[in-house]
Design a protein around this ligand. Structure first.
Ligand code: ZN
Length: 208
């Protein structure tokens, strides 16, 4: 799923804090947002493996939840919501598309790496690819409770995230061609081979 969906997923999950400890709602939502986006910081280095931990984030989130329940504080609530956001991100990527450059072609059998079992998990493709209309629908659905419950400035964060989701969905199917053109036609003729080696092969039409 696309990054805005994960960000909103982390925030919607964190919104549950408002019902049990409303004084921590703000910090919970910020931590949920950050945890929701964090795993995709591995986009350029071992995507969906380096920072995606479907099993371990889930285990640590549950542990953090117990600690936060026994000793609620800004630190324990933030840690729980961050880990929960990252866990839900890593697990829900399984239900989207694979790692291929054009995920709508459904050619990859890799969704997320399971470090616990040391193997790739296959994409289920319930949401066919990141930035698909179904993905946008998930984003919009997750945003509803947030827009109802929150005031500014968090409401503005939700609206900004939704704007990114709409724009990303609109241009998603153009991005692979654009990326490949930039890499193959603009960068490749000028970059030395050892630097070009850092460009993930999925961004190249020409095998490098
Ligand atoms: Zn991801």
């Amino acid at each position: 799923m696309m990054l805005p969906t994960h960000a909103l997923g982390g925030m919607t999950l964190a919104l549950s804090v408002a019902f049990v400890a409303p004084e921590f709602t703000g910090v919970a939502l910020v931590a949920g947002f950050l945890g929701g986006v964090f795993p995709d910081a591995d986009l350029y280095a071992g995507h969906r493996k380096s920072l995606h931990y479907p099993v371990y984030y889930t285990a640590f989130a549950l542990l953090a939840l117990v600690v936060a329940g026994l000793s609620p504080s800004i630190a324990t609530v933030a840690a729980t919501c961050f880990l929960a956001g990252a866990a839900v991100h890593s697990v829900t990527d399984i239900f989207g598309g694979g790692l291929e450059l054009r995920p709508w072609e459904a050619t990859s059998d890799r969704a997320v790496y399971d470090h616990y079992r040391d193997q790739w998990i296959e994409p289920r493709r319930w949401v066919r690819y990141d930035g698909s209309p179904a993905d946008l629908l998930v984003s919009l659905t997750l945003a509803v409770p947030l827009l109802v419950a929150l005031g500014d400035p968090l409401r503005q964060v939700v609206l900004g995230t939704l704007t990114v989701a709409v724009v990303y969905t609109a241009v998603r199917r153009l991005l692979p061609t654009l990326a490949a053109t930039i890499v193959d036609d603009v960068l490749a003729p000028h970059l030395p081979d050892h630097l070009l080696a850092y460009v993930p092969t999925r961004y190249r039409e020409v095998e490098g």
